[in-house]
Design a protein around this ligand. Structure first.
Ligand code: DC
Length: 219
């Protein structure tokens, strides 16, 4: 089984995807990690984020193992890391270099400990449209920008990271704009995606709604 969960930043994709992965025993690929890995290397190397050639080279050299190692860095999930990921993800050359790595995962999905899995859940922006259009079930998870900024802000605070709500909101809006206006792979729901607006829903409600959709398809 292949499930894709797309949508804007902080809509609740990660939480939903990991719960669904656990319930249906699926490997999980958070595809934002590939862009975070490239963006982080630019930040660490003091390379300007506008250097699309350097970004493309890093994307070309990225391996799954390298990405997992970079994900341990404290800045991988920081606001600066998210912003860098968003910038590099707008370069068509970077996206094309990272396509195979994301697509190949569905051919040989593995759990975090390396053991093989029977299926995969992808989480990202374009996984139902570009990475895995053949997926069995596609979700597009969204919420208002204010709700998403509040969720991201709470996450930073819970992790003890410095955060300012207004700045987080401005970042969310800027990232939405960049993600939605990419020429090659704009963030949009697949035509056959189930769209869930989580603005007024709890995590539990979103999870139950997704499970109901999956179970009704396989009844
Ligand atoms: O989901 P995230 O916040 O980790 O994603 C970081 C950035 O990566 C996001 O701003 C847009 C980009 N991204 C993308 O372009 N395509 C994906 N499939 C996943 C993420």
């Amino acid at each position: 089984m292949i499930i894709t969960v797309d949508g804007p930043a902080a809509a609740g994709k990660g939480t939903l995807s990991s719960r669904l992965a656990k319930k249906y025993n699926l490997a999980y690929f958070d595809t934002g990690m590939v862009y975070r890995a490239v963006g982080l290397q630019l930040l660490k190397g003091n390379i300007d984020l506008t250097d699309a050639v350097a970004a493309e080279k890093m994307a070309h050299e990225l391996t799954f193992t390298k990405m997992m190692k970079l994900s341990q860095d404290k800045d991988f999930r920081s606001a600066a890391g998210g912003n860098a990921a968003s910038v590099v993800s707008s370069y068509p050359g970077v996206r094309s270099q990272l396509l195979d790595m994301q697509r190949n995962f569905a051919k040989n999905p593995v759990f975090a400990d390396g053991t093989p899995a029977q299926g995969v859940i992808y989480d990202g922006r374009d996984t139902g449209t570009v990475i895995c259009p053949q997926a069995d079930i596609k979700f597009f998870i969204t919420a208002s920008s204010e709700v998403r900024a509040k969720r991201r802000y709470d996450e930073f605070v819970a992790k003890g990271m410095a955060a300012d709500y207004k700045q987080v909101l401005a970042d969310v809006v800027a990232r939405d704009e960049r993600d939605a206006n990419r020429k090659d792979a704009p963030m949009k729901p697949a035509e056959d995606a189930f769209i869930i607006d989580t603005s007024d829903m709890t995590i539990e409600q979103v999870y139950n709604c997704a499970v109901e959709i999956i179970e009704s398809k396989y009844k």
